[in-house]
Ligand binder design. Sequence first.
Ligand SMILES: *Cc1c(COP(=O)(O)O)cnc(C)c1O
Length: 421
Amino acid sequence: MDHFLYRDGALYAEDVPVAEIAATVGTPFYVYSTATLLRHYTLFDEALDGMDHLVCYAMKAASNQAILKTLADAGAGMDVVSMGEYLRARAVGVPGDRIVFSGVGKTHEEIRTALTGGIRQFNVESEPEMRAISEVATSLGVVAPITIRVNPDVDAKTHAKIATGKSENKFGIPIARAREVYAEAAALPGLDVIGIDVHIGSQLTQLEPFAAAYSKVAELTETLRADGHNIRRLDLGGGLGIPYTRSNEAPPLPSQYGDLIRETVGHLGCEIEIEPGRLVAGNAGLMISAVIYVKSGEGRDFLILDGAMNDLIRPAMYEAHHDIIPVVEPAPGTEQQPYDIVGPVCESGDTFAKQRMMTPLVSGDLVAFRGAGAYGAVMSSEYNSRPLIPEVLVKGDQFAVIRRRPTFDEMINRDTIPEWL
Ligand SMILES: *Cc1c(COP(=O)(O)O)cnc(C)c1O
C-alpha cells in the first residue's frame, strides 16, 4: 500500500499534486511519501510484537537524511554497510547503540570510526575481518560486540545479482564452519560474541527460503550455546520483497514474516533484529519524468523520457519491472498502445520497458515510475554528465526538496585540471 493515488484525475503524493512538485523542481525527480515510509516501518515493528526486537532500516535502500530522520524518530535503528552510511546515520542523531554495521569488507578506518562513535554490533563476514575488529578494539581499549554472519546455503529464489545466501556467494562464513569460527572469535581479545547474523538476499517473494535459513540459525543457536557461547541476539537480515506490479502475485506480508520468525526462532529467548530496506522505502517513492519526444520507429513507438538509466538503474541492472503511469489520469476506456520507454543515454540498455501498454502520451506529459523509492536515487550516477536528480519528501500537504539538483557548474567544477596540463 502507498499514498500515491489519483484524485480528480491527477496523481497525488499524499495531499500534494505531483504536477505541482514538477512545476517547482523540474523533472526528473524522486518523491517520497512520509506516511508510506512510516506505515511500512510500523508494519515490521508490529510484526515482531511480543519479542524483544529492533527494526534496523537497511539504509542502502534510500539513504537521504530526511528519510533516515523520519524513520529514526519513529524508533528505527539503522543497518549500515559503509563509513559514509554510518556517518550519515550519526549526522541525523541516530545513537550508536541503534546502528548495526554490516558489509563484507569493513576497513580498519571504518571499524575505528564505529568503535569510537558507538556501535550496536558489527556483523562479521569473515575470519580476517574478525581479527581486524579484535585488533582495532584492543588498540582502542574497548570491547566490540559482534555477531558472525553465517551463509546458510539456501536458495533465495530471487534475481542472481541480489541472492546472497548460497555457498557460492561472497557473503558470510559457511554455516558448516560456524563452530570453528565462533571458537576462534571467543578466544580473540576485544570481542564480545553476542549473536548470529544471516541475510540471504533481496526481493524474496516467498517465505520458504526465510524458513529454511531461520531454522538453520535456530539449530546453530542451540549448538553454539552448548559449546558455551552466550548467544543472545539474532540478526535475521532483510530481503522481504515488494509487489512491483499490481497484477503479480503478492509477496508475503510483514505480519506473516513476523509469524515465521516467531515460529522458527521465537522459543530461543533471543533479542531479534531485522534489516528491511526495500519493503520500507520501495513503494514509498516514485520517480517522475517527462516525455521529451514520441518517436515512431520501425513497427514501434518510442517514448523518450528525460529520466534515464543513470537516474534509475534497476531495469538495466536487474531486468527490473517498474509500473509506469501517467500523472494525468487517463479517461476511463482510453485505448492503450505499446511503447518502448527509453531514456536519452547512449546505451541500448537505457530502456525502461519494451512494448509497454500505455494510454497515448505526447511531448511534455509526465509519467511516474512506481516502486522507485528503494535502490533508486542511491544507485544513481552522473553518467553522460547528467546531474543527479533531486529528491523531494512529502508529508500531508507539505513538500520539501531534500536533495537539490546540482547546477551544471557544480558538477563540472568537481574536476581539476592538473597544473602540468
Ligand atoms: C541489502 C541488505 C539488506 C536489505 O535488503 P532489502 O532487500 O532491501 O530488505 C539487509 N541486510 C543486509 C546485510 C544487506 O546487505
